[in-house]
Design a protein around this ligand. Structure first.
Ligand SMILES: Cc1cc2nc3c(=O)[nH]c(=O)nc-3n(C[C@H](O)[C@H](O)[C@H](O)COP(=O)(O)OP(=O)(O)OC[C@H]3O[C@@H](n4cnc5c(N)ncnc54)[C@H](O)[C@@H]3O)c2cc1C
Length: 391
């Protein structure tokens, strides 16, 4: 094997992989190039907070040159447009080509629109810091415009999808809307917040008692749930529901699904129907040797043979495991199979509330659960050496 390691994507999987790989391999053993669209790592798990103005953009943006200072990792700011695994080359949007010996693909996921007409064109999404900023600016403009235009749809907010990220966003909206209404001098009873979900319930994967607690907390803060109600079409400012009803809302956000990055599909890696690459027990593409595929781009099955939900926790664990595989590729030795260690999951419900499980059985709710979530965020930041990186 040669020794040019190229990592695509500086998200949870890619950044941890770059940092850990450099701990195992010296610069004379392997060069590491980290390619990313932006010159910063974004804390995607907190996007819902910045989308409503509860947290600054800056606190979510970790400059790559700071966390990788003195690490002998070459940062290449650029957008990947094509991977050619037969030629072992990656093409960037600006026309550059990068050759590799070992490749790590960690480009994250894309929004899944399920072919719903108009959804892609007319709904906001929450997959990047720039999208969160756009949504925040839009929400603020709705409140600013209301006293002039007096259109009630300016004060109607629809979040499509009641999975993890959808509910976290709904929780933030529930906390932020009273503040925004009061600042704009708008009566709070004019503001309507809907959560629309095709499945019969919210927060799939969480225990029923935790789901009930979450639902009660959000309903008490004015959230109107429409579960078991698929969205069938979206027009500018109008959501069509399968029931035949419509909601006229100036703000429509879609959080209802993700799929693997299209670049991975186009490269010819074997993928499932949701564009996630099939990998072996060492996170290597099943049809291209020397290519590791991590994070939201990869399909990892649990003991029941079902895909693990895409999470940051799983992504960075894959990044850390991949670093060891790269070490073995360069230095030899036996690789150990990847086994995720999921330390529970906590969904925030605004700034003072959350529900979740820590470990296999400990359940937490309310402020305590929120503090656990905050602590796990802090643990991640210390892992990547970024506690003070964005100050
Ligand atoms: C609102 C929200 C809340 C969430 N909350 C949680 C949570 O509480 N806990 C949890 O565990 N998970 C949570 N998740 C899920 C979690 O964020 C993802 O599973 C995780 O980000 C996946 O990591 P990744 O490294 O695969 O991809 P990402 O973190 O998305 O990183 C991909 C990187 O690749 C870059 N990139 C993409 N395309 C290109 C390209 N063409 N060229 C160059 N660079 C490119 C991106 O800029 C990015 O830096 C949440 C997600 C959202 C949207």
């Amino acid at each position: 094997m040669g020794n040019r390691i190229v990592i695509l994507g500086a998200g949870y999987a890619g950044l941890v992989c770059a940092l850990q790989t450099r701990k195992y391999l010296t610069a004379s053993e392997a060069s590491i190039t980290l390619v990313n669209k932006h010159n910063y790592h974004q804390l995607i798990t907190l996007l819902h907070e910045t989308a409503v103005g509860a947290r600054s953009d800056r606190s979510l943006r970790i400059p790559l040159d700071k966390v990788l200072a003195d690490k002998d990792v070459q940062i290449q700011k650029g957008t990947v447009v094509k991977i050619d695994p037969s030629a072992k080359q990656v093409a960037l949007e600006d026309g550059q080509t990068i050759s590799y010996d070992l490749l790590v693909v960690a480009l994250g996921s894309e929004t899944e629109y399920f072919g719903i007409p108009g959804l892609k064109e007319h709904a906001y999404t929450l997959k990047s810091l720039n999208q969160a900023r756009l949504l925040r600016a839009h929400v603020e403009s709705c409140f600013a415009r209301y006293p002039l235009e007096r259109r009630r749809e300016l004060l109607r907010f629809v979040v499509g999808g009641a999975g993890f990220s959808g509910i976290e966003l709904v929780g933030e909206f529930a906390d932020a809307l009273p503040r925004l209404a009061s600042e704009a001098g708008v009566p709070l009873e004019y503001v309507e917040l809907y959560n629309v979900e095709a499945a019969p319930g919210i927060l799939p994967g969480f225990d029923a008692d935790l789901v009930k607690t979450a639902e009660e907390s959000l309903k008490a803060r004015g959230v109107r749930f429409l579960t078991g109600v698929p969205i069938t079409q979206v027009e500018p400012g109008i959501v069509h529901l399968k029931t035949g009803d419509t909601i006229e809302a100036e703000t429509i956000v879609w959080t209802g699904g993700v799929r693997g990055n299209q670049i991975v599909v186009d490269a010819g890696f074997e993928t499932d129907a949701r564009g996630r690459a099939k990998v072996n027990a060492y996170l290597e593409s099943v049809n291209y040797e020397g290519v590791y595929i991590l994070g939201d781009c990869a399909l990892i099955l649990n003991e029941q043979g079902r895909p693990y939900p895409p999470t940051a926790q799983l992504a960075w664990q894959m990044g850390a495991a991949c670093a060891k595989y790269l070490y073995h590729d360069v230095r030899g030795g036996v690789k150990e199979e990847f086994r995720p260690n999921i330390a529970g999951a906590i969904a925030s419900l605004g700034r003072k509330d959350a529900i979740g499980k820590i470990g296999r059985s400990f359940k937490a709710t309310g402020k305590m659960a929120y503090l656990f979530k905050d602590a796990s965020q802090y643990r991640y930041l210390s892992k990547i050496g970024a506690v003070f990186a964005n100050r």
